[in-house]
Design a protein around this ligand. Structure first.
Ligand SMILES: Nc1nc2c(ncn2[C@@H]2O[C@H](COP(=O)(O)OP(=O)(O)OP(=O)(O)O)[C@@H](O)[C@H]2O)c(=O)[nH]1
Length: 305
């Protein structure tokens, strides 16, 4: 557990530090409220607790913690426990401390026994907080990943597309979006079975992914339909790139349980129209191009400028 201790009295800070180090905690220090904010900003990623004196010159503990809570709120950070240390045991001061954003309030001189016990309780909160952060990260990843192929799902793909659209609006580069759909995929499932269909989906994604250019992204929009973001790509290159992806799928059959499965794909691709174009309109145009590819024979690429 990493603890920030803030106290303007050097001897108090040193005693506290020695006690915490002896208990096995890592310590960073600050000598006043302003320094506390600076240390918080520098260590906020792995800080577990702040122990902060109330009466300090320039900026007192209450003000410093209010500022830290404001920063945390703005940055949407998880709650960080704060314990005030004060010579005053007045009920009003304790109340002010909690209102300023503190979680506990200890009266100086500190009893080493009480401090050790409080540190144990804080360790429990720190462990819980870590688990919460980890499971939030895992949940976020699950919520944005397609369970079968491991690529971005529709929601994540649209977020990435929106980001590329903003970047393109700002820097004026080229951007295109392709929608790719496997042909007669129902027949693949009906003829070879659903597991074989799954193998095809995974293999198709793997072939495209290992050939994607650095800035490009593939996502699964649903079923057997995929989206591809083609960043920094000029209109005249699009047909060649999409046809390369089409050949990667159609030229080699997919093997499932020693059975060869022929697969082809149709692709609709379009360029971003810039400033006023919405994401929905951009994707819709790629979809319309795909529809034409399907209607006019499949296993082909159609480009709508
Ligand atoms: N194996 C497997 N099949 C899926 C999955 N998601 C969707 N499908 C199947 O994909 C098929 C899509 O069929 P359709 O929408 O009729 O399209 P299609 O047969 O590909 O025909 P065209 O698109 O017109 O060429 C359906 O049979 C779905 O059950 C999946 O995760 N795994």
């Amino acid at each position: 557990m990493k603890v920030l201790i803030v106290d303007d009295t050097n001897t108090d800070r040193l005693l506290l530090k020695l006690h915490l180090v002896k208990l096995g905690y890592r310590v960073v220090e600050a000598g006043n409220g302003q320094e506390a904010i600076e240390q918080f900003l520098e260590h906020s990623l792995d800080l577990d607790l702040i122990l902060i004196d109330v009466q300090m010159p320039k900026m007192n503990g209450f003000e410093a913690v209010k500022a830290i809570r404001k920063i945390q709120q703005e940055k949407k950070q998880e709650w960080l426990p704060v314990i005030f240390l004060s010579a005053s045991a007045e009920a009003d001061d304790v109340e002010d401390g909690i209102l300023a954003g503190g979680d506990d309030y200890l009266v100086k001189p500190l009893s080493q026994k009480i401090l050790s016990a409080k540190m144990l309780a804080m360790q429990r909160i720190a462990d819980m907080r870590r688990r919460l952060v980890e499971s939030n990260i895992a949940l976020e990843e699950q919520a944005s990943t397609d369970y079968l192929t491991g690529v971005a799902n529709r929601r994540a793909f649209e977020v990435l597309l929106e980001r590329e659209m903003s970047r393109t609006r700002r820097y004026g580069s080229h951007l295109a979006c392709a929608v790719m759909d496997l042909d007669k995929f129902k027949d693949v499932n009906d003829t070879f079975g659903h597991d074989a269909g799954d193998t095809v989906l995974v293999e198709v994604v793997s072939r495209i992914q290992s050939n994607l250019r650095d800035d490009d992204v593939i996502g699964r929009l649903g079923g057997e339909e995929f989206g591809i973001i083609l960043a920094n790509t000029k209109a005249e290159e699009l047909l060649a790139i999409c046809n390369r992806y089409r050949h990667l799928i159609g030229d080699t059959e997919v093997i499932h349980d020693d059975v060869s499965i022929p697969v082809t794909a149709s692709i609709g691709v379009t360029t971003f129209h810039g400033e006023k174009e919405t994401k929905a309109a951009f994707i819709k145009r790629a979809d319309e191009a795909l529809y034409e590819a399907k209607e006019t024979g499949r296993d082909k690429v159609v480009y709508y400028p």
